[in-house]
Design a protein around this ligand. Structure first.
Ligand code: SF4
Ligand code: SF4
Length: 624
């Protein structure tokens, strides 16, 4: 059944939306012509939502091969005068940074908004970097919403601001805004821009050779002076409430502040900053002068604090508290509790809420629902591939792994993952490790990640005679972020069928001589192929190809196919626990000392049956 998209509706409709869905709705209201993205939590729903309605609203949407390309494709359209949106998670901006830094010099014609979703507490990321500094570094305006309604309104404003200044504008989200739900009032969906979209040939502006770059840097600084005047007057920078105490905050932190002040029964003036670059210097300076004390509440780095302190030099005798006083941590998400505790330390007030009592209740609940760390799904082909690697290469081998579901393989008992840094890094790291150690080296990468950032590493490895096995776990989707297509899947963000690009062809074109495609469910072949690859004197590539077990299950259910089931024959099982200790499939359980397969979880991959030394596991209806 097709469900209507939550972002479709007439002007005036009020709907409960995720922050990311609100951004997608804002994009429709802004009349964007092009949206690009590389999926990454917590940003993925922006592109996924737009992908589903792109055709209906006449816009072009693509999942680009990586964030750098996504920014370039969208920027190409924006320099021609089209409105363009690009979205990514925070670390994606590292990949796109090279383009972004100089794009700020070149500027745009049509509105161009870059949405970056930061992940304080690193719920689904390899770091907690604070992307507000990218706005400062690239010197582009940055907006920071606190709610889904804010996110939609700021995105719309971001397009006008971008067109007014002819600059890319950044919209900085965090997990708690991307994934928070809130009521959003729909505005009118704009017609696509009627102005002529054409490439404005102007080499002095668009060709960044040194002589032009020096000039354009000055132009950028002038544009940002104009941006400062806009920031001083913007309604997005506003004071909420009234009191002697002054709180300076932005984004998700604003919500924690308001709740904390209510819990403490305190009156305060809260300066909610929506434009966080350039900061409204005069507004901040006046605010600081009129309040005492000043408390700066923000997540992660002391981005606001440093600037507020610099901007309010004249008010140096007013106590100004923030992260430099260890009032709030520089790591992890904030919470109402953390902010209450910080404010109560300074204001000597006790909250009307007993957090210890809540902790006691929470610990009771924890006993009823023990924590369940993320694991590979039942029937996941990565589990079979990891088992084959372990058998063939053993514990002595060094496994560099990458970003994706397969990072879960670093946990015991599979323990495939000795180093993980960022997208695509497994291949380069494996090359370097292989140059200095004698142990076997295996670089593990997923299919989407291979396209994203591994190909230069592979070319480098071949050309510079590195020695390692590159294992591509090809589950034919971008599974970790909700099954978006990639260049190897044969489907685009617009839902069109296209010719997939085969990883094996790329590997061969990179000069790899040993390239094999293996079904990891065929454990015997998988193990022998890894052994053969380890003997190869140059970089080798094994592509373990098998559709993600979730998609496989969905397809079978849709077609009404029977899902095979496996069971343990109790009479044959000697309880060696090999199936549990070596595979850790969540469907294999132990109760009262007996090993059994939970039929609601088993997807019938048959891997456990292949490794049971007693042949005690068999397909239901078959006996060994
Ligand atoms: S591997 Fe086979 S024999 Fe060993 S516990 Fe599992 S089912 Fe029983
Ligand atoms: S067949 Fe075995 S390994 Fe596969 S899902 Fe079922 S229990 Fe897990």
């Amino acid at each position: 059944m097709d469900y209507a998209s939550p972002i479709v509706g007439n002007e005036g409709t009020r709907r409960l939306l995720l922050g990311n869905e609100a951004v997608a709705r804002g994009a429709l209201e802004a009349g964007i012509q092009i949206a690009t993205a590389y999926p990454g939590t917590p940003s993925s729903e922006i592109a996924d939502t737009l992908s589903k309605v792109a055709r209906e609203f006449g816009l072009y949407m693509e999942y680009s091969v990586n964030e750098k390309v996504a920014v370039e494709v969208a920027a190409g359209a924006a320099v021609c005068g089209a409105r363009a949106l690009v979205s990514m998670k925070h670390v994606g901006l590292n990949v796109a940074a090279d383009t972004l830094m100089t794009l700020a010099y070149v500027g745009v014609k049509g509105g161009f908004v870059i949405v970056t979703a930061d992940d304080p507490s690193a719920w689904s990321s390899q770091n907690e970097q604070d992307n507000r500094y990218y706005a400062l570094l690239a010197n582009i305006p940055c907006l920071e919403p606190s709610s889904p309604q804010d996110a939609k309104d700021m995105l719309l404003y971001g397009f006008s601001l971008s067109e007014q200044l002819e600059l890319p504008v950044m919209l900085r989200l965090v997990t708690r805004v991307s994934h928070m739900r809130g009521v959003v009032t729909f505005g009118q969906i704009q017609e696509k821009k009627s102005c002529k979209v054409e490439f404005p040939k102007d080499p002095q502006r668009f060709v960044m050779v040194p002589a032009n770059a020096r000039v354009r840097h000055v132009v950028l600084l002038e544009k940002m002076s104009s941006a400062l005047k806009i920031s001083e007057k913007s309604d997005f920078n506003r004071i909420v409430g009234r009191g002697r105490i002054g709180v300076v905050t932005s984004g998700a932190s604003f919500n924690y502040c308001m709740e904390s002040l209510a819990l403490l029964g305190m009156k305060a003036s809260v300066l909610k900053l929506g434009i966080i670059h350039p900061l409204p210097a005069r507004l901040i300076s006046n605010f600081v002068r009129r309040h005492n004390p000043i408390i700066i509440v923000e997540e992660l780095e002391p981005y606001l604090e440093l600037q507020v302190k610099a901007l309010s030099r004249a008010a140096y005798n007013i106590p100004l508290y923030g992260k430099f006083d260890s009032l709030l941590p520089r790591h992890g998400e904030l919470s109402t509790r953390k902010v209450v505790s910080a404010l109560s330390r300074i204001l000597h007030k006790s909250p009307s809420i007993d957090f210890d009592k809540i902790d006691a209740e929470a610990s009771k609940a924890e006993k009823l629902a023990p924590s369940r760390p993320p694991v590979l799904c039942p029937g996941c082909a990565h589990r079979a591939a990891f088992y084959a690697l372990k058998v063939a290469a053993g514990n002595r081998a060094i496994y560099s792994t990458d970003i994706g579901c397969y990072a879960l393989g670093a946990q015991p008992p599979l323990s495939i993952g000795d180093i993980l840094i960022c997208m695509g890094s497994s291949v380069g790291l494996a090359g370097g490790i292989g140059k200095v150690v004698d142990d076997p080296v295996i670089g593990v990468v997923g299919d989407s990640t291979f396209f994203h950032a591994s190909i230069p590493g592979l070319i480098n490895a071949v050309y510079n005679s590195h020695k390692f096995v590159c294992v591509v776990l090809d589950n034919q989707t971008t599974a970790m972020t909700s099954f978006q297509p990639h260049a190897g899947t044969g489907i685009t963000g617009m839902g069109e069928q296209v010719k997939p690009i085969l990883i094996e062809n790329i590997a061969k074109a990179c000069g790899v001589e040993f390239v094999r495609v293996v079904d990891p469910y065929d454990l015997k072949l998988a193990i022998s192929t890894v052994r053969e690859a380890l003997q190869h004197p140059a970089p080798s590539v094994i592509i373990f190809r098998r559709l993600c077990s979730i998609l496989d299950l969905q397809t079978k259910r849709r077609k009404g196919e029977k899902i095979p089931q496996y069971r343990v024959e109790e009479s044959k099982c000697n309880r060696c626990m090999a199936c549990i200790k070596l595979l850790a499939c969540p469907a294999i359980l132990v109760a009262e000392g007996k090993v059994f397969i939970e039929e609601t979880l088993c997807v019938g991959c048959g891997i456990c049956a292949q490794i049971c030394p007693m042949h005690a596991i068999a397909k239901v209806g078959e006996t060994n």
